[in-house]
Design a protein around this ligand. Structure first.
Ligand SMILES: C[S@@+](CC[C@H](N)C(=O)[O-])C[C@H]1O[C@@H](n2cnc3c(N)ncnc32)[C@H](O)[C@@H]1O
Length: 300
């Protein structure tokens, strides 16, 4: 069990703004930065600190993704939550941007990587970033109500990894790299929601976020990055199931943004031609942006 910070219930972690922005501002952005952020298609790059080694973690988003959400939806000092933190990318972004943050994951080895990444980050920081090994279902035990300014995560995409990798976006010999035909699930843990069928997955995700809703400040955003699935030559519209599940438990959908991954897809092979058009799934992912609506009732 990772325990660098003392883990108490509730956690001792800050959540108030420490910047000088006017009270009614949603973030610390300048008008120029705000204009740039209005484009709904996000092109993001991986940087040197990003880890793309699938042996360490099979599905990591770039630091740039949570960083953009943090800049858009929080102020310095506020509290960011990642319920499915993997190897800590969101915590790194929060550390860079002077935000408090807490992340949860089931797997101890991912949290060890998180801890090592955080220890290489900014030392002069007024905020804390904490990784906890626990099921996201238990998050309400750790955080006080109305304290979280942003929840951002890439959850497991419902059995997305539960099949042999075919490396379809690669050409020729490259396809048969060391990951070809391997199955790279996160874990066999029965609490891992990545092992569930799509509908059960969406419901389980909705239930986890139902527990998180009271912890959010009013109008706090909740961002979920995911992709649809192809299963037995059928499209499974996971993003639609997740939107429905989130609305069912009290969130309001604000934006659907697209993570444009064309800059990451090199050497595309030809498939489908000449009789079956299937878009290349790896060229984009969804970024679903919800918020806690102003009149949302919280637990008493
Ligand atoms: C797509 S990965 C997140 C990767 C992360 N964004 C990163 O960049 O490192 C999803 C993570 O959810 C975790 N997970 C699955 N079920 C969980 C649960 N019930 N509670 C907490 N974490 C869970 C998996 O172990 C996996 O690391």
């Amino acid at each position: 069990m990772i325990q660098v910070e003392e883990i108490t219930q509730p956690l001792k972690i800050g959540y108030e703004r420490i910047c000088q922005c006017p009270a009614n501002h949603i973030n610390c952005l300048t008008p120029k930065e705000w204009i740039r952020s209005q484009v709904a298609i996000w092109e993001l790059s991986y940087e040197k600190r990003d880890i793309r080694d699938k042996k360490i973690h099979p599905a990591v988003f770039p630091i740039a993704l949570p960083a953009k959400c943090i800049k858009l939806f929080t102020h310095e000092g506020e509290l960011v939550l990642d319920p499915f933190v993997g190897i800590g990318t969101t915590l790194l972004a929060a550390q860079d941007l002077n935000r408090n943050a807490v992340g949860f994951d089931l797997k101890e080895e991912y949290l060890e990587v998180t801890q090592s990444r955080l220890s290489q980050g900014r030392l002069l920081n007024d905020t804390k970033q904490i990784a906890i090994q626990d099921d996201a279902r238990n998050i309400p035990q750790y955080l006080k109500e109305e304290t979280v300014a942003l929840a951002v995560a890439s959850p497991p995409y419902s059995r997305f990894l539960d099949k042999p990798r075919l490396n379809k976006s690669m050409r020729g010999d490259l396809r048969q790299n060391e990951h070809y035909l391997t199955i790279q699930q996160y874990s066999n843990d029965p609490n891992d929601i990545g092992n569930l069928e799509p509908i059960a997955f969406s419901k389980a995700l909705g239930e986890i976020y139902r527990g998180i809703l009271p912890l959010l400040k009013t109008k706090a955003h909740c961002v979920i990055n995911l992709n649809d699935l192809w299963w037995e030559n059928k499209r499974v519209p996971t993003h639609i199931y997740v939107v429905e599940a989130m609305m069912e438990v009290g969130y309001e959908l604000r934006n659907i943004l697209i993570w444009d991954r064309r800059n990451l897809v090199n050497r595309v092979g030809i498939f489908g031609w000449p009789n079956n058009y299937i878009k290349l799934g790896t060229t984009f992912e969804y970024i679903l942006d919800f918020w806690k609506p102003p009149h949302q009732k919280t637990r008493s």
